[in-house]
Design a protein around this ligand. Structure first.
Ligand SMILES: [Zn+2]
Length: 232
């Protein structure tokens, strides 16, 4: 299942007006798809515009998303897209940070890690077991558990449903990182195991309000967030 792009409908409404598209605006349903590239589609059926955007855009600034919306709407409604929007989108696509992001997403999506929960400082096996009992009534299936081969800059952990594995950022496997912080990341990834989004890959899952509410049930939520903010 794709994930809803919260606020995406408002962006499309706004751009619809800005481009001067003719007719009654459709109802926009915007979802994020794990395309691992920058393809987006827009289909109009009756009064509903179904928009699929690549989840690579999750980390893009709002003006870039607006520019992508303008290009899609411009095609459908045959409106000219203002030059500054086209330029902005082109710059984003060509930026080395975007290329790197796409490359790293592809790499992470494809890479299977060994099932090796014990790191140098933290062991994920007992953590998984106790989190499972405390928050999942012991019912959560255990995916492969391991640490990334190299430290990652962008994220602390990921669950990849296609490989059925949780990979934790090697950066966290350090005695200076308290176990509640590691547990919090592991708990977050376990929630992704519980609520799988089919066809969504590691690191690009969107989080529903329900997901965020469940995440807050973690006993050391505030403390863990604070610590992780500091080392981010
Ligand atoms: Zn997540």
């Amino acid at each position: 299942m794709p994930s809803a792009f919260l606020g995406g409908d408002r962006i499309f409404q706004r751009i619809f007006t800005r481009l001067g598209c003719q007719g009654r605006p459709p109802q926009f349903q915007v979802v994020l798809y794990p395309y691992a590239n920058l393809s987006h589609t827009l289909r109009l059926r009756q009064d509903v515009a179904h928009v699929r955007m690549s989840d690579i855009l999750l980390e893009a600034p709002i003006p870039v998303i607006e520019a992508a919306a303008a290009i899609l709407l411009g095609q459908l409604y045959r409106r000219r897209v203002p030059r500054e929007l086209r330029d902005l989108y082109r710059q984003f696509v060509l930026a080395s940070s975007t290329r790197q992001h796409i490359a790293s997403v592809r790499l992470k999506r494809a890479r299977r890690v060994p099932d090796k929960p014990s790191g140098a400082a933290h062991d994920l096996e007992p953590m998984f077991a106790s989190l499972n009992i405390e928050y999942f009534s012991g019912l959560l299936r255990r995916p492969r558990l391991g640490w990334s081969a190299r430290p990652w800059r962008s994220q602390f952990g990921c669950y990849d449903p296609s490989l059925d594995q949780i990979v934790m950022n090697k950066r966290l496997d350090h005695p200076a990182v308290p176990s509640y912080a590691v547990e919090f990341i592991l708990y977050h990834e376990m929630l992704h195991v519980k609520h799988p989004l089919r066809a969504t890959a590691c690191g690009l899952q969107a989080h529903s309000p329900e997901f965020r509410a469940e995440e807050k049930q973690f006993a050391h939520y505030a403390r863990a967030r604070k610590f992780l903010e500091r080392i981010r």
